[in-house]
Design a protein around this ligand. Structure first.
Ligand code: FE2
Length: 282
């Protein structure tokens, strides 16, 4: 089947007409919560921004089968930040997997986010799809790297699941975005990732966050998908850091039984008025 790319059609309508065996997924990225729920990032209250976007998802997208949270969960990596995020994510009522971003601290994240429906596990299988979650963080650094342990785990997971359609998630973008400052902070060894993917013909997509902007591309038949943040967006296509006047957003995906992926970005309908557009960093 073909799902119409009609921006006027609500994703919920599209997602309700999928063939049996399809998987409905929500990607949430770069929530940047703080210990203090009133804290702002570039003028925007990240807690309220996430809550409003989740309400938008509730009205327009849900229910989904799976939620993937792709890093920078808590800006100050605090236990209370993760606990509040956990409580917000539980309202989506779906199995949820979280991977770290450069702002996260793995032990604090794992200790405070794991519960009955939220997990830091790195593999999830549903019908004929397998999701592989990778940790691309380098402790103390902003840029990303897939170390030998992560690359070995990826290779083993792919070798073990040749009959599954594969969706891979990581925090850092593995492709240049044409914006010098964020390209310097990308995954620094994308060739190691792609050389493994090239040895398998069942990888269907790669998902990331980090760049706070959407990206939709393709490489050797694999969909490459970057997603906006649930709070501030970075101005695309310019070499210096800048805040883009774009609403918070998330990505929905429909994973079809034949291996195809239907996907689009869904933005909150109104642009936040409190954004500090003169902000020079985050
Ligand atoms: Fe981020």
């Amino acid at each position: 089947m073909t799902v119409a790319k009609d921006r006027k059609a609500l994703p919920a309508k599209l997602l309700s007409k999928l063939p049996a065996g399809s998987l409905r997924v929500l990607q949430i990225s770069d929530t940047h919560l703080y210990a203090d729920a009133t804290e702002r990032l570039a003028g925007l209250n990240t807690d309220q921004s996430l809550l409003q976007l989740l309400q938008h998802a509730r009205n327009n997208i849900l229910p989904v089968d799976l939620v993937l949270v792709t890093g920078d969960l808590v800006h100050d990596a605090t236990a209370s930040g993760y606990q509040r995020l956990r409580d917000h994510l539980l309202t989506l009522d779906a199995q949820t997997y979280c991977i770290p971003g450069n702002h996260d601290l793995n032990p604090v994240l794992a200790d405070n986010i794991n519960c009955n429906r939220i997990s830091t596990d790195t593999l999830h299988k549903h019908e004929n799809w397998a999701m592989i979650m990778l940790d691309s963080t380098i402790p103390g650094k902003v840029k990303g790297h897939l170390n030998n342990e992560q690359l070995g785990r990826l290779k083993s997971a792919l070798d073990d699941h040749p009959e599954y359609n594969i969706l891979i998630s990581l925090h850092h973008q593995p492709v240049p975005l044409g914006s010098a400052w964020i390209d310097k902070l990308a995954l620094d060894n994308p060739d190691d990732l792609f050389s493994i993917l090239d040895q398998h013909n069942n990888v269907r997509g790669v998902l990331w966050g980090h760049a706070h902007q959407p990206y939709d591309g393709e490489r050797n038949g694999v969909k490459l998908m970057g997603s906006p943040s649930t709070c501030i967006q970075f101005k695309p296509g310019q070499d210096e850091f800048g805040i883009h006047q774009s609403p918070p957003g998330l990505r929905w995906l429909a994973l079809l039984p034949d291996g195809r992926i239907e996907t689009d970005i869904e933005y909150r309908s109104n642009t936040p008025t409190e954004l500090d557009l003169a902000s020079t960093g985050y």
